[in-house]
Write a protein of this length. Sequence first.
Length: 316
Amino acid sequence: MVAYRGVSKQDILNSIIGACELEQRHSPGPACDKEIDTILAFLPALQKVTDDASFKTALHSSNVSILLRMGELFETYAAENVDGIGRQVFKGLNAWGAFSGMHTLELRPMDEEINIYRFITGIRRIKTVDEEDVRELVGYSSFVTDENEIEKGIKNIQALVSMAQTGASNEELIDVYGQMGGDGAEGRIVRFAIEQLSQDPSLYTSKSLFDRYGVVLEDMISGAMFDTVQKKNATLIESVNKFLMPFFETDEVEMIGIGMITNDPKDAGGIMFCVTERVAQAVADAFPDQKVLRGSDNSVIAPSTSKPSITKQPKP
């Protein structure tokens, strides 16, 4: 079975097709449509691939990577569960890492269409406006310079939500938003708060395919010097590094290092690696006598087999 990051080729193609069809039914604009057309045009080439390495190469050379840039659009579809499948489409793409990676920051026509779509959808998603919640959110915005801007931001948000609830058209909402400052500081304060208020927090528990994990080194917890930790645990460090090497080939390892596994310096440190959950589980299975932690919540990844062995490395 041809696969990428542990997900079958057919499941990946189905997720891409489902995403493209959803965008076509709920398009933010012609620039997004054009990008979707280029993705669909490349699918026959992906379908012909017959081995994992070639499939990985084909994915990298295709325009499918544009889905990463459209991640916020699919978040919006998921939050609304558009057509009853928005959340399913989001999870299908996320399962193989469509939203993982980096992209350039220049603003494209597609990005502006998505921003407007998210803004309008966000306004209509908000049912009530809690002034204290808005005050806190607006206060976080980097565009705020004084208390007057916060107060004005609150009033502007309340006005837009009220308009949406009384039947204002998208065009009317955009026009009023433009009068409030649009892409200026005041407008950005409003957009930032609306995006935050309308988010679905449950999406962020599985947004990234990668997380920070690590094999705990007790010497780091006790405060031993870094050089001492490395020398004392050299064999284990080398074994973990060697075990992870094949997973670089499947795009399931972003980094390996020695340091803190969690964001809290009081917590455990050790051999840390940013990998997919599948790889973290493989490490726990291969090193059953070691404590493997997930950095995001400090949870322990328990071995899933009774007698795993590092000499029987699972095929990626």
